[in-house]
Design a protein around this ligand. Structure first.
Ligand code: F3S
Length: 66
């Protein structure tokens, strides 16, 4: 599984770092970080899916690898 955040779409709603605190943090302005595409370790799959499902701007992109 891989995840990334589109910085153009992120509006700082903060659900990602509230629902997936082991994956995301807030920058000084409340926007999500990190935003670079990265691999998700299996222990964080649930958090990744939760963040993906709950971003109101659909700024989080999740790729499930088979
Ligand atoms: Fe941004 Fe969505 Fe998180 S708008 S701060 S990526 S919940």
């Amino acid at each position: 599984m891989r995840i990334r955040v589109d910085t153009e779409l992120c509006q700082g709603h903060g659900r990602c770092y509230m629902l997936a605190p082991d994956m995301f943090d807030a920058d000084a302005d409340g926007y999500c970080e990190p935003t670079d595409e990265r691999a998700v370790v299996p222990e964080l799959f649930d958090q990744a899916r939760r963040a993906f499902m709950n971003c109101p701007e659909q700024a989080i992109f999740l790729t499930e690898e088979t």
